[in-house]
Ligand binder design. Structure first.
Ligand code: ZN
Length: 165
């Protein structure tokens, strides 16, 4: 099937999302717009709140450490796991179109609360993250559905109501 020479709505939406992310980054209202750290083959090694507080971290599991002597050299094998600390919580943002988005946050930020402008900037940071993941081939983002969403309200998700995607 021949492709229409007209603009691709998904690409156009991604352009809008990138513009939002760029403006949000330059706005500087989030201390840590880039809230995830990565370590080579381990992938994500640290997740921070957008205020900078560490929420989750890749750490060695002491009980799983193995030491081996091979030809006079000591080889230590460690297994690592993502540890979630006590500051970790999650916030669900409800957008004006009724759709929702879950994002990690620290409990201090939740206690201070978020205005709608801050929620939009936080969401832009998440879209920036999706963009990077998509670029690395980690799945397609439905930009046409996601790029233009604006926050209408938020609430904390209690630990017992959280579920993983
Ligand atoms: Zn925070």
């Amino acid at each position: 099937m021949a492709r229409s020479p007209k603009t691709d709505p998904v690409k156009e939406a991604r352009k809008r999302a990138r513009k939002r992310a760029k403006e949000a980054r330059e706005d500087g209202c989030l201390k840590h717009f880039d809230y995830m750290e990565e370590k080579g083959r381990f992938g994500v090694s640290k997740v921070k709140c957008k205020c900078g507080q560490t929420l989750q971290e890749l750490r060695p599991i002491p009980e799983m450490q193995e030491t081996e002597r091979v030809k006079g050299a000591t080889i230590i094998r460690e297994r690592v796991a993502m540890f979630t600390n006590a500051a970790y919580t999650e916030v669900v943002i409800t957008f004006a179109d009724g759709s929702k988005h879950v994002t990690p946050s620290c409990k201090d930020c939740v206690a201070r609360g978020f205005d709608l402008a801050t929620l939009d900037v936080m969401y832009a940071a998440d879209m920036d993250r999706w963009d990077k993941e998509e670029t690395r081939g980690l799945g397609k983002v439905r930009w046409e559905l996601n790029a233009d969403r604006l926050a209408a309200s938020w609430k904390e998700i209690p630990a017992e109501e959280r579920f993983r995607e």
